[in-house]
Write a protein that binds this ligand. Structure first.
Ligand code: ZN
Ligand code: ZN
Length: 278
């Protein structure tokens, strides 16, 4: 039997780089979307706004504070993954050719689909009254969320989100590229979901994207009402589980209609309408 030589201090050495990577993964997309929103022409923003209320004073500071705490917890989970891989308990392979590109792409797709299911079902459990207050209540303090709410979780909720990747790596070998793309997709969709304004093209919302993918409106309705729209990336779990907001499809059609009308009047050289000034 060969003894496993593992120096625990390499975990301490690895932590700063993992923390910085997690921090940048939160700060860059969140700052970018917040900047884009601040630079939008006011009429364009009004027509695409799905958030019905305004964020409260001091809300963004709170969202940022809890998100930075989540970054810290995610980085500690990253150290656990790093150590688990070193010890051979978690499976990370570095040569693409070991399993081929098809495996890499299929594992990435599987990771996204699995994560959506993990998120939906743990999210529903977190809404049970006995757990909501201690685990998920922090996230719902943002009734009208901003992009900075992407990681605004209580520590217990951050651990529930973090542990998903660790559990998958215990059974499914993943390439670092697949993990990286998965994490970038996760934060991008997460930030867009909390943006309060639909930033994807109107044609996407009217087509397959709006049918199968969650939109900003989808998650905004979750924050506004709490009882509906628990999904993260896809709409199918909410449809299967009977938790899609009853007004969601109608509201989405209204948004698509408004965007299309604005495009038409702009193309015709007329000023954009302001029919929805909420
Ligand atoms: Zn949210
Ligand atoms: Zn929730």
């Amino acid at each position: 039997m060969s003894a496993v030589c593992f120096n625990p201090f390499i975990m301490l050495d690895a932590w700063p780089a993992i923390f910085v990577a997690d921090l940048l993964r939160y700060v860059i997309p969140t700052s970018f979307v917040a900047l884009v929103i601040s630079l939008l022409p006011p009429d364009w923003a009004v027509l695409r706004r799905v958030r019905l209320r305004q964020p409260e004073a001091g809300q963004q500071g709170r969202e940022l504070s809890f998100s930075l705490l989540t970054v810290l917890i995610f980085s500690m989970n990253g150290v656990v993954i790093f150590a688990g891989a070193k010890l051979g308990w978690l499976q990370i392979y570095t040569a693409v050719n070991d399993r081929g590109w098809m495996y890499l792409l299929a594992s990435l797709a599987g990771l996204v689909v699995l994560h959506d299911a993990w998120f939906y079902w743990t999210h529903r459990l977190m809404h049970r009254p006995r757990w909501f207050r201690w685990i998920h209540g922090v996230h719902h303090r943002s009734v009208a969320p901003t992009p900075w709410a992407a990681y605004s979780f209580a520590p217990a909720e951050a651990v529930i989100h973090a542990v998903f990747l660790t559990l998958v790596l215990a059974v499914l070998p993943l390439h670092p590229l697949a993990i990286f793309v998965f994490l970038v997709h996760m934060i991008a969709r997460n930030v867009l979901g909390h943006a309060g304004i639909e930033l994807v093209p109107g044609r996407w919302l009217a087509g397959w994207w709006g049918r199968w993918m969650t939109t900003t409106l989808h998650h905004d309705l979750h924050h506004a009402h709490g009882r509906y729209n628990f999904g993260l990336y896809f709409t199918w779990w909410d449809r299967i589980g009977g938790t899609e907001h009853p007004d969601y499809r109608g509201r989405l059609r209204e948004v698509v209609h408004q965007i299309a009308q604005a495009s038409f009047t702009t193309a015709a050289g007329q000023p954009r309408g302001r029919e929805n000034s909420k």
